[in-house]
Design a protein around this ligand. Structure first.
Ligand code: ARG
Length: 466
């Protein structure tokens, strides 16, 4: 699409302004490079608007039909990459309207009756974000299913849980997988909650104050499938908190994905050796032939920076705007589309990574005796035998020091050493030591044992319909 020389005849405000903008300025004020992706929503909004105008006898039925058919043909041409989008037309709204006038003549000039680009673009964005949210929720659920399936397949392997990145207590591996499913569940809920505030029709608000024409806003609300219509034309045309909120939903989701990516990058190292990633999601080095790098996970972690940056950009864009519409808002799309794209891509690749990953059970088991994962359980064994927890904590602390000096696990300590440390320790202690035994004894709901894992898997399978 070679930019045409700007001519006054292509401008919607040609009656008012007489000087042509120069090429650099035309480029500067244009947003067509970004907002062309709104074309389907712009056309859907225009068809609904025109239908409402014709039902209200503001335009004729024939004019509506001509407008609708013209818009449908324009939509097909844009989808096929066949419509020129000259930069001097500024944005997708003007590109479509001028193509319409070119195709159907006089009737096309009536489309914008009672409408401004201000309510038009607010409408397009709401329609766009509504769909984007539905797509992202589907992506989140797809990833949740992949985690739940992995937890079902390999989740009963006993592994260490970490705090401070130091070995803490043993858990079933599925428990860690389902921790991410919980985070993603809230990300999905946040998106649906945001959707309620997005699902409001601003059309009919005009530029700022509405119009003297008898628009039926309830009708366009119905035609476009909105749950509600806006109450205040100033707010409807100029507020973008729904976009800030959407960007926050993306940023928080990105934060969760980034934590997961970091976890799995670590677990896939030779040092951890817990996790085998499929070759399909790794790359090698141009120099070091042995390398298998988890680049996809690193990019998931990296894209979180993009998503978070868009939130900051979006918030900053709106923070000082006086009522009502200001052209600054044109740049909102850059933030929203970038945040959405980053999350759509990350979710898709994340799902594939999880679906194809395997735990390295032997490697995990081989290291399970390190780090005294059963120390807390031993203290709790003493609590069950009447020792105060603080005292039990000291006893076990001393035993860990002794075991460390002897190069042994707690289970390997001779019975007399254990008895000497605390008379409450009996021969049955063997049943409580060692990571696998500890996991068997977890009691409360939400803990890292087998019963709790089965409950969580059942909960999520039902919730996700898998
Ligand atoms: N391209 C503009 C935007 O995205 C459309 C609204 C223009 N409105 C105006 N009064 N100049 O915000």
């Amino acid at each position: 699409m070679a930019p045409k020389k700007p001519t006054r005849s292509t401008k919607s405000w040609q009656g008012r302004l007489t000087a042509d903008t120069d090429a650099a300025t035309a480029q500067f004020v244009a947003s067509i490079d970004v907002d062309h992706v709104l074309f389907r929503y712009d056309i859907a909004g225009s068809i609904a608007h025109a239908q409402m105008l014709s039902e209200g006898k503001i335009i004729t039925k024939d004019e509506f039909r001509a407008i609708r058919d013209g818009l449908v043909s324009i939509e097909a041409d844009i989808a096929a990459g066949k419509l020129a989008m000259p930069v001097e037309l500024e944005d997708i709204h003007m590109v479509i309207e001028s193509a319409l006038v070119e195709r159907i003549g006089e009737a096309g000039k009536k489309l914008h009756t009672g409408r401004s680009r201000n309510d038009q673009v607010a409408l397009d964005l709401r329609l766009y974000v509504r769909d984007a949210i539905d797509d992202l929720i589907a992506g989140v659920e797809g990833l949740q299913r992949a985690f739940v399936d992995l937890a079902g397949r390999e989740g009963r392997i006993v592994m260490p849980a970490y705090t401070h990145l130091q070995r803490a207590q043993p858990i079933l591996a599925g428990h860690a997988m389902l921790a991410y499913v919980e985070m993603l569940g809230r990300d999905g809920e946040r998106l649906s909650d945001c959707r309620r505030r997005v699902d409001v029709n601003p059309l009919g608000s005009g530029a700022v104050a509405g119009t003297s024409l008898p628009l039926d806003r309830a009708r366009t609300t119905e035609l476009l499938g909105f749950a509600a219509m806006s109450r205040n034309s100033i707010d409807a045309t100029s507020d973008r908190d729904f976009l800030c909120e959407f960007c926050f939903c993306c940023a928080m989701l990105a934060g969760h994905l980034s934590r997961w990516a970091e976890d799995w990058i670590l677990q896939a190292t030779s040092e951890f050796g817990f996790l085998a990633l499929s070759d399909a999601y790794c790359t090698s080095s141009s120099m070091m032939p042995q390398k298998k790098n988890p680049d996809t996970l690193e990019l998931v972690r990296g894209k979180a920076a993009a998503a978070m940056a868009q939130l900051v950009g979006m918030m900053t864009l709106v923070k000082g705007l006086p009522l009502a519409y200001n052209r600054d808002l044109q740049d909102d799309k850059r933030f929203v589309f970038a945040a959405e794209t980053a999350m759509r891509q990350s979710l898709a690749v994340a799902r594939g990574i999880v679906q194809t990953a395997h735990l390295r059970a032997e490697r995990i088991a081989a290291g399970l005796d390190a780090g005294y994962l059963d120390a807390t359980a031993l203290a709790e064994y003493l609590v069950n035998r009447g020792v105060a927890f603080r005292e039990a904590h000291h006893v076990v602390g001393r035993l860990v020091t002794q075991a460390e000096q002897r190069g042994q696990t707690l289970a390997q300590l001779p019975p007399e050493v254990l008895r000497e440390a605390c008379g409450a320790i009996g021969p049955d202690v063997a049943d409580y030591l060692g990571a696998a035994n500890v996991v068997r004894h977890y009691r409360p709901a939400g803990a890292g044992g087998a019963g709790q894992l089965a409950e969580q898997i059942a909960f999520w399978r039902e919730r996700l319909g898998t």
